[in-house]
Design a protein around this ligand. Structure first.
Ligand code: ZN
Length: 491
């Protein structure tokens, strides 16, 4: 019997048994990137964490509607209600139309996510394409009495909301803590309280990205897009809401308040947050100026990098840590991930070349059981990987006969590896994949040559046999002779 999936729900602060609202269907919403800069290492963790969950749920037979948004309007420089729109600022500096900036970086995001094996979500809505839905949502909050209009802008009335519901339930704060944390108003503000947040902002004359609304020509507050778009595509209640831990406050806290004010209840059943990638213990991000773009990761051109790291090395590096733990960037850790991934792929190759025996010397079914149990326990990918490594040792010893497996067990193991390594962890054998645009041409070609060499040896044509071996060595393929044939590897 399959173990039951438990997920850590940030809202209740405990692991909960995962139960879907509709049988066999999952609605999942994840906050995507604000597209004003090149995708960097900090973007990879939420993308890969929720890709893992998406892949796993699908492999378990769920029909998943995965919505991941693109923020292309309303994300202001100070993450609140102040400052210039991040995309508009970039557009101004580069003399572009804001949508040119958004389009360019959306394409870059897709390109790099694709390289890292991150599947495209089911729907990828853009905030700027859902202004009407956002205006409707703001109106619902106004109608419910939890917002007020002030000089063409609309603000969420935190105090009024907090009298009925708990503002701060997700991040575990109380209004008192929030009051101390927020700056006092400078007298210029249209807000009643410093902790109130904008649902709609009236645009200043120089603000380019603006839309007509019942209140003013303006633009939606940043938090509004996720409430409006998740409701549009997943309904008023859906299963999972995900994102990085840095979004818990204020972004997700405000989303919960908006949904609860408009709909009478929170939209998401499970709130799932991935922890951050740090560099020397500090959060990595554009605003911290310590970020490494994925382009730099893959070409090695950044002062913090001792070498280039492949997309699968970065993916494996992330999967080797549990998504709720911090993950500190270092060259040593990445190099270890590179070695580990190589070892895993070589083990899988050894398995694929293994010959069946009459009996098995180990329990082949246990690998799948261990992977299932680890993943069902709040997506414990490091435990999945550790189970795989235990079996890599066995796969390697199948070649020298210190372990044996029946034909049936070999098939079981190959299916287990396909499911866990390739389908769910989403890893690829990059060495094989580089040859023929994803199609492994190297293996059949090398084996064809080595089989010709066996024929040459059988015919005692030593000159041809040596020539084949020497020329393969010259292009970096090491050949090892065995009693029953040959082995080879790329150096
Ligand atoms: Zn969001």
């Amino acid at each position: 019997m399959k173990p039951t999936l438990t997920l850590y729900n940030t809202l209740t602060r405990r692991k909960e048994e995962f139960q879907t609202i509709h049988p066999n269907r999952v609605g999942m919403y994840v906050c995507g990137p604000t597209v004003y800069g090149d995708p960097h290492l900090g973007h990879t963790r939420p993308a890969i964490t929720f890709d893992l969950l998406f892949r796993y749920l699908q492999a378990e037979g769920y029909k998943v509607r995965y919505v991941r948004n693109i923020t292309d309007v309303g994300h202001l420089e100070h993450d609140a209600d102040e400052g210039e729109d991040k995309i508009a600022k970039k557009a101004r500096l580069e003399q572009l139309e804001p949508m040119e900036v958004a389009h360019y970086y959306t394409e870059r995001y897709h390109k790099y996510m694709d390289m890292m094996g991150v599947l495209s979500p089911s729907i990828e809505p853009h905030a700027s394409g859902h202004i009407m839905e956002q205006i409707d949502f703001v109106q619902r909050i106004l109608d419910a009495g939890f917002a007020y209009e002030s000089n063409g802008s609309v603000y969420f009335d935190v105090e009024k909301y907090n009298a009925v519901h708990h503002y701060g339930c997700l991040s575990g704060r109380n209004l008192d803590d929030i009051v101390t944390d927020t700056r006092t108003l400078d007298g210029q503000s249209d807000k009643q309280h410093s902790y109130d947040f904008a649902l709609w902002k009236k645009a200043s004359p120089e603000h380019i990205m603006r839309w007509r609304s019942p209140w003013s020509d303006g633009f939606p507050g940043w938090h509004m897009e996720c409430s409006a778009m998740s409701t549009k595509y997943l309904g008023e209640q859906f299963d999972i809401h995900g994102g990085g831990m840095d979004l818990m406050f204020p972004h997700h806290e405000c989303e919960i308040a908006q949904s609860t004010a408009a709909l009478g209840h929170d939209s998401a059943r499970y709130w799932v947050h991935n922890n951050m990638i740090t560099i020397n213990g500090k959060k990595m991000g554009k605003s911290y100026n310590n970020f490494i773009t994925l382009e730099q990761m893959f070409n090695g051109e950044h002062e913090a990098l001792e070498q280039a790291y492949s997309p699968m090395t970065v993916r494996f590096f992330i999967l080797q840590a549990h998504y709720r733990s911090t993950l500190d960037f270092s060259n040593d850790a990445l190099k270890a991930a590179e070695k580990g991934l190589d070892r895993l792929m070589k083990g899988i190759e050894a398995l694929s070349k293994s010959k069946p025996a009459a009996t098995s010397s180990f329990n082949a079914a246990e690998l799948a059981e261990r992977c299932e149990a680890a993943m069902a326990d709040d997506l414990n990918s490091p435990m999945v990987i550790s189970a795989l490594f235990d079996y890599v040792k066995i796969f390697n010893s199948l070649a020298d006969g210190s372990h044996t497996a029946t034909a049936e067990d070999l098939e079981t193991l190959k299916a287990t590896v396909n499911r866990w390594v390739f389908d769910i962890l989403g890893l690829k054998d990059e060495k094989a994949a580089t040859a023929g645009g994803g199609k492994d041409l190297v293996t059949p070609l090398v084996e064809m040559l080595l089989n010709m060499r066996l024929e040459a040896k059988a015919a005692k044509n030593w000159a041809l046999s040596d020539q084949i071996r020497d020329q393969l060595t010259a292009i970096g393929i090491r050949v090892k002779d065995r009693k029953d044939g040959f082995d080879w590897e790329i150096e």
